[in-house]
Design a protein. Structure first.
Length: 100
């Protein structure tokens, strides 16, 4: 992705992954993209192709269980404000819990 927002808008991609019950990985990315497919490609680049296969993608700054767990509401507000002002932003976070 380029360093300018051009005609892109903010999208959110996230994944909540737990395969064996021994751990849980949650991750999210908010960045500019033109389409959901472009956002999924960005998520793949930042987080990895394994998790991108199961990620969900939605237009805008999504406030759901994953994004609110990873980021404070103030951060989500700030990112949304960046989108309104066309300020470049690329937020990426991931957490893993080993429950075994």
């Amino acid at each position: 992705m380029s360093e300018t927002a051009d005609d892109r808008v903010l999208w959110t991609a996230w994944c909540d992954y737990s395969a064996t019950g021994e751990g849980r990985s949650i991750m999210a990315c908010i960045a500019y993209a033109r389409t959901g497919d472009e956002m999924r490609a960005h998520f793949t680049e930042k987080i990895g192709d394994w998790f991108a296969k199961g990620c969900e993608v939605q237009n805008g700054v999504v406030r759901n269980e994953i994004s609110r767990f990873i980021w404070r509401e103030a951060m989500l507000d700030a990112v949304e404000g960046c989108g309104k002002r066309r300020v470049w932003v690329d937020a990426n976070s991931r957490m893993h819990f080993n429950l075994s």
